[in-house]
Design a protein around this ligand. Structure first.
Ligand SMILES: *Cc1c(COP(=O)(O)O)cnc(C)c1O
Length: 320
């Protein structure tokens, strides 16, 4: 068994969204509230970090190092989880340190993370390696948390999340969610296989073409399977990805995200984030309007979190 910390508030609740279903004239809609995992505004990375930081501790780490976008939710949750278990955290970020940090950046600071800044995204991997080497040199036993927490260890968390959901409700026909570094989807796909989930697991791609993401998810799921006992070969054909909404690019907001964030807020009082859940919910809304789901089906939207980005200077003026 892989070691696991207990940090997240689990199981996260599942709610029904009757007013949203009615507004859209669509299928029955449910939401799994992984935005409420309990640690520093929550989100899907908290589940992964239960396994990743347990591994870090097992390896005797003093410092964890990771990287992400400027408003990365992954970095914020890593900083929070590290603080929670008494590890130092170094974040490698692309850009300039702002005079007045907002959103997740502000939270990273409050959570006590240290920062390494690089000018361009191409420099990030080298900076990560250098930061790692420097920490090693200092005897800090560094542990590298992968981008988005997505390696086989992190992905394991969503195998158990699938099991958790299946213990809560009748299996939905569809699960729809934001997919980016692929760990969440890899875990859900493997969990679906392992626990014999008969519905469909559909990732809305945030920033990658379908082929790239399907291959990545399949490889991660296959590798993760070895950690739960037996190797299960997951092929890219078994991975459902919709990439119709990623064309504008990562973090570039359009009417799709704006409408989704407002519609969820105004019909259910539920806040989404601009980059991930906003785009995924925009995709869901669009698919409902296209008649993609049958009216008698149940669709579970897995809310992966990210709301602090709403309060970042980068997004708050464009999302309202
Ligand atoms: C990281 C993130 C995702 C994507 O999860 P992956 O496992 O990287 O595919 C979705 N939503 C939010 C809010 C995230 O922060």
């Amino acid at each position: 068994m892989s070691p696991r910390l207990k940090i997240a508030h689990l199981p996260t609740v599942i709610e029904v969204l009757p007013r949203l279903s009615k507004t859209l004239g669509g299928p029955r809609l449910l939401v799994k509230r992984d935005d409420q995992t309990g640690l520093a505004f929550g989100g899907n990375k908290t589940r992964k970090l239960e396994f990743l930081l347990a591994e870090a501790q097992e390896q005797g780490a003093h410092t964890v190092i990771t990287a992400g976008a400027l408003q990365s939710n992954h970095c914020r949750q890593t900083a929070a989880a590290a603080a929670r278990v008494g590890l130092d955290c170094i974040l490698v970020l692309v850009g300039q340190p702002p005079d007045q940090p907002t959103g997740n950046l502000l939270l990273n600071q409050l959570l006590g993370a240290d920062f390494v800044w690089v000018d361009r995204v191409e420099q990030r991997d080298d900076a990560l390696q250098e930061t790692y080497a420097a920490a090693l040199e200092k005897g800090r036993h560094p542990y590298l948390v992968p981008y988005g927490g997505s390696n086989p260890t992190g992905a394991l968390a969503y195998v158990f999340a699938m099991q958790e959901m299946l213990e809560q409700i009748e299996p939905p026909d569809w699960i729809v969610f934001a997919s980016s570094s692929g760990g969440t989807q890899a875990g859900l796909v493997l969990g679906a296989n392992r626990f014999n989930f008969q519905g469909q697991v559909l990732g809305i791609s945030i920033d990658e073409p379908q082929d790239v993401l399907r291959a990545r998810v399949a490889a991660l799921a296959t590798a993760a399977s070895e950690k739960i006992g037996e190797k299960i070969a997951i092929s890219p054909d078994e991975v459902l990805v919709n990439d119709d909404f990623c064309q504008p690019g990562y973090g570039v907001l359009t009417e799709v995200e704006r409408e989704a964030v407002q519609m969820f807020a105004r019909s259910e009082g539920m806040l989404l984030d601009p980059v991930y859940t906003g785009r995924a919910a925009g995709g869901l809304i669009s698919l409902i309007r296209q008649g993609f789901f049958k009216p008698d089906q149940t669709v579970l939207f897995w809310n992966t979190g990210g709301q602090p980005a709403l309060f970042s200077d980068k997004y708050c003026s464009v999302i309202r």
